[in-house]
Ligand binder design. Structure first.
Ligand code: PMP
Length: 434
């Protein structure tokens, strides 16, 4: 039994916060940010950094947008929160109808979640519940793709690439799903087809990040691939679930990636930029076909899920204000137009030893290298050059606010190329010892 008042070692005292995605023992101190305005983060030591990440893809209109602040402030005074069980409120009602109006007509029913991962969990439960209520309870597994990333909760973890993802170390302690290579172009879907032939009877749905696989390596595929997967879902009668938590709200140059692909999934998950980077909220939106499976006179058929902070009025107010901005400003067009600008700005990094690819899609720019070593030094160098970035895996990438002005796009890209030019990114040569 541990002693309740035992002295803690000094590192335990110093590390009251257990930080995300880092080895606490070796990670350098995090950067302290005191405020943010428009496109810049203000550091505690007096620097201003262009935020190349838009706070993990979420700050789509820039920081402290007056329209969003006003909406949230008014809501804070009126009703900051109320439980959603048995209660409703205008911000949620309005938001749900606006989300439905933005999506293809078939997607009609909005379930509010409190984070992207929870929206993915809700989608999994909807899909499994759908098949149970249709008398096919054995359809309870999911197919997802190599390099997929769908979140950090345990259900979502099971959908991530089992070998290459950051969750690989959990091995078979998490749910076992079915994983397939993503067909890179129409006509080369044989492996996927073989896997579906073998497993379709037990598959509830296929999860896909359409057009861009994010945390799995910032990999792009084309609309034809997504359409092909939709056709296979129809052929094998499995649900198609698109995870647009990262790609939604203009990021790829259309409001949603499914718009570019011209497909309608059975369920879609949205998050991140939904609240313009102010508060945590996500949604899982289903077709009537899925919704109606739960529609019955029996309480047992209900969808049993309800996070404490679901449909939080402050988050709904922020999301409604963000929708206003999408309606009144050409944010999606700006994202589309940013694509060639990012490519042009990053293009000269191709000459740097070890750079294997430079690519862009909408407001996403990527420089892929053979090997990223001394990552913390690199991050520090980007800070010294005036930009905030989080390179990972083999990618240095940007996902800035959609309305980042041209001058700042150029400044950000030049800073990246300058910092990279002073280094090499080649894989260390293999040495055989003994
Ligand atoms: N799916 C995708 C594609 C994501 O990029 C993320 C965000 N990391 C998630 C799901 C999980 O969202 P959250 O971090 O809000 O739980």
């Amino acid at each position: 039994m541990s002693k309740p008042h035992a002295m803690s070692p000094s590192h335990e005292v110093a590390n009251a916060i257990w930080r995300p995605y880092c080895q606490m023992k070796t990670a350098p101190d995090p950067l302290e940010i005191v405020s943010a305005q428009d496109f810049h983060l203000q550091t505690a030591d007096g620097r201003q950094l262009i935020d190349g990440m838009a706070s993990w893809w979420s700050v789509c209109h820039g920081y402290a947008h007056p329209h969003v602040i006003e909406a949230v402030t008014k809501q804070l005074e009126r009703l900051p929160h109320v439980m959603f069980g048995g209660i409703t409120h205008e911000p949620a009602e309005r938001l749900a109808s606006r989300i439905v109006a933005m999506l293809p007509a078939e997607l009609k029913h909005v379930f509010f979640a409190d984070s992207g991962s929870v929206a993915v969990e809700a989608a999994m439960k909807m899909a499994m519940g759908y098949w149970r209520r249709r008398g096919r309870p054995e359809r309870c597994r999911f197919l997802s793709f190599d390099n997929a990333y769908h979140g950090d909760t345990t259900g979502a973890m099971s959908l991530c690439d089992p070998e290459r993802s950051m969750h690989a170390s959990y091995g078979n302690a998490i749910l076992s799903q079915i994983h397939a290579p993503l067909p890179t172009h129409p006509g080369n879907e044989e492996t996927l087809r073989e896997i579906l032939d073998r497993h379709h009877h037990e598959i509830a749905g296929i999860f896909l990040e359409p057009l861009v696989q994010g945390a799995g390596g910032m990999r792009f595929h084309d609309a034809a691939t997504v359409r092909q997967i939709r056709l296979l879902c129809d052929e094998y009668e499995v649900l198609m679930i698109t995870d647009e938590i990262a790609t939604g709200f203009g990021r790829t140059g259309s409001m949603f990636a499914i718009d570019t692909c011209q497909i309608v999934p059975d369920i879609i998950c949205l998050g991140k930029a939904l609240t313009a980077g102010t508060m945590t909220m996500a949604v899982t939106v289903a077709t009537s076909e899925v919704f109606n499976a739960f529609w019955s006179d029996s309480a047992d058929d209900a969808f049993m899920h309800g996070p404490t902070f679901m449909a939080n009025p402050l988050a709904c107010a922020a999301a409604n204000a963000s929708m206003d901005l999408f309606e009144s400003e050409p944010q999606v067009q700006r994202a589309r137009e940013m694509d060639p600008k990012l490519l042009a700005g990053l293009e000269s990094s191709r000459q740097i030893p070890g750079v294997v690819d430079v690519r862009s899609r909408g407001a996403i720019g990527v420089v892929q290298v053979e090997a990223l070593t001394e990552l913390e030094t690199l991050r520090r160098q980007f800070i010294d050059a005036g930009v905030w970035l989080r390179p990972f895996g083999d990618c240095i990438y940007v996902t800035p606010p959609l309305n980042l002005p041209d001058a700042l796009i150029e400044q950000m890209c030049s800073a990246i190329v300058d910092v990279m030019s002073a280094r090499e990114f080649s894989s260390p040569e293999l040495t055989i010892s003994g």
